[in-house]
Unconditional design. Structure first.
Length: 200
């Protein structure tokens, strides 16, 4: 069961996406499907994300030339399990890539081991404890967590992480309603998730 506060936010985001006319929709995920997905992948959807997916599943369209993701909408129903696992692992794998190749080291991890393999092992150990991020669309993510809602949507590219929406509704507006341009000073998202907010 999801909290009442998260439902309107997710439903409004789904409504706004439908209004763009960019995608067709399958019926939303059922409670049984949410239960299966959360058991299979070991996380719980945030309440607004869950309400968004319960309202209807956006159907992927054939990719345009040069598009990074061939299936940017996670195919939670009947999708390729390995593809979903890769999309779920993307944030952590991106940090590990920067640890390995770009000298990244998080200040909260104590001193970086001199040996590259040892450094990766330490980073992997710490990253196993960070909050799970769940794909919304391509490399745009929301934190997992039943009973939570209204988090900013994050765009994840290794340790280059930026805000892409104040919340799920604003994200749909930013990504799909208009060309993303300059934002005014009133657009002021606040990081909510330990570890990941420190990389923003």
């Amino acid at each position: 069961m999801i909290t009442n506060e998260g439902v309107p936010l997710g439903a409004e985001a789904a409504h706004r996406l439908a209004q763009t006319g960019l995608y067709e929709f399958e019926p939303g995920l059922s409670d049984a499907e949410f239960e299966r997905i959360e058991r299979e992948y070991g996380f719980e959807f945030a309440d607004d994300h869950r309400a968004f997916l319960a309202a209807g599943l956006p159907v992927n369209v054939p990719p345009e030339d040069g598009q990074t993701w061939s299936r940017p909408w996670p195919e939670w129903r009947g999708g390729d399990l390995d593809s979903l696992r890769r999309q779920l692992a993307w944030p952590v794998e991106g940090v590990l890539l920067d640890v390995e190749c770009n000298g990244f080291w998080y200040e909260g991890w104590d001193e970086r081991p001199a040996d590259g393999t040892a450094a990766l092992d330490v980073a992997r150990h710490h990253l196993a404890e960070v909050p799970v991020l769940v794909p919304v669309y391509a490399h745009r993510y929301l934190p997992a967590g039943r009973g939570s809602f209204g988090h900013p949507v994050l765009s994840m590219w290794q340790t280059d992480i930026i805000y892409y929406g104040l919340d799920l509704v604003d994200y749909i507006h930013q990504e799909f309603d208009e060309v993303r341009g300059e934002v005014d000073e009133r657009w002021n998202p606040r990081g909510t998730v330990p570890f990941w907010r420190d990389l923003l």
